[in-house]
Design a protein around this ligand. Structure first.
Ligand SMILES: [Fe+2]
Ligand SMILES: [Fe+2]
Length: 261
């Protein structure tokens, strides 16, 4: 059972007048809705990758996928109310056509423990993004968006924890060392540089420059992104002692800035 239900949210209470002029926010939410709602494709690939592991595959099918798709549906409903000028279905069709062929098993890590780490990086990315959106929504006085972002954030943290369990399980046999862990995390972080977001942007803002959007995203991140939380989550698989973790956290935080996250 999901922890919340997107149909129980009162979209009629959205402060549309607050959001109407906020082009950046509307685009950000629409882009997120596309990627989330397409999680079923990713789930199939993950289930194939972890074939034979009933525990993981069962969780992916019964919990992870429905929750990710629900994120997409909540955000889609939000967009339909807050940005009625956007033809969501049409834009999504364009997105899907270009995005779906890119969701292949080739993108996966070479081993099961490594892929668990990669998934932890992705869930770190999503959980911190929704935390930032929640903070922003609270500041502009849009409680419905804050509520949705909070719900999604919590799910993403839970996903992160489940993949962390999976990592521990597989790393008992793979025994990746810290150097290898850092490499997987760093490489996956670089990839987050948003092929899927760029494809989504093209459909929701045709003719506009994606680089301009990225610049705005950087400004947004600078103010609202929880860098400390991201750093902690990314470093967690290293299993460092607290005092070492604190000493390296500042370097890691800088790395996130350099990567433009
Ligand atoms: Fe999600
Ligand atoms: Fe997630």
């Amino acid at each position: 059972m999901a922890r919340w239900d997107y149909e129980a949210i009162n979209y009629e209470a959205i402060k549309t007048e607050v959001v109407a002029e906020d082009q950046f926010l509307k685009k950000l939410i629409a882009m997120a809705s596309f990627v989330e709602i397409t999680s079923d494709l990713y789930e199939k690939n993950l289930a194939t990758f972890y074939e034979g592991d009933e525990e993981i595959v069962g969780w992916l099918e019964k919990t992870w996928e429905p929750e990710e798709v629900q994120h997409g549906k909540a955000l889609r409903e939000y967009v339909r109310h807050a940005w009625p000028e956007l033809d969501w279905d049409k834009a999504y069709r364009g997105f899907y056509e270009e995005y779906a062929p890119l969701c292949t098993l080739d993108e996966f890590q070479p081993t099961r423990a490594r892929e668990m780490l990669a998934r932890m990086v992705v869930e770190t990315g999503t959980s911190t993004l929704y935390r930032a959106i929640q903070r922003y929504a609270e500041e502009i006085g849009e409680p419905i968006l804050a509520q949705i972002a909070h719900n999604i954030h919590k799910d993403e943290v839970y996903h992160y924890e489940a993949f962390d369990q999976g990592f521990k399980k597989y790393n008992e046999s793979e025994k990746l060392g810290r150097k290898e862990i850092v490499k997987v995390v760093y490489d996956r972080l670089k990839e987050i540089k948003d092929e899927d977001a760029a494809i989504a942007f093209k459909q929701i803002a045709p003719g506009e420059d994606y680089e301009d959007f990225r610049k705005e995203a950087k400004r947004f991140a600078h103010r609202y992104y929880p860098y400390k939380m991201a750093t902690k989550m990314l470093m967690h698989p290293l299993g460092l002692h607290r005092h070492i973790e604190n000493a390296t956290a500042a370097t890691m935080e800088k790395a996130l800035h350099v990567l433009g996250i």
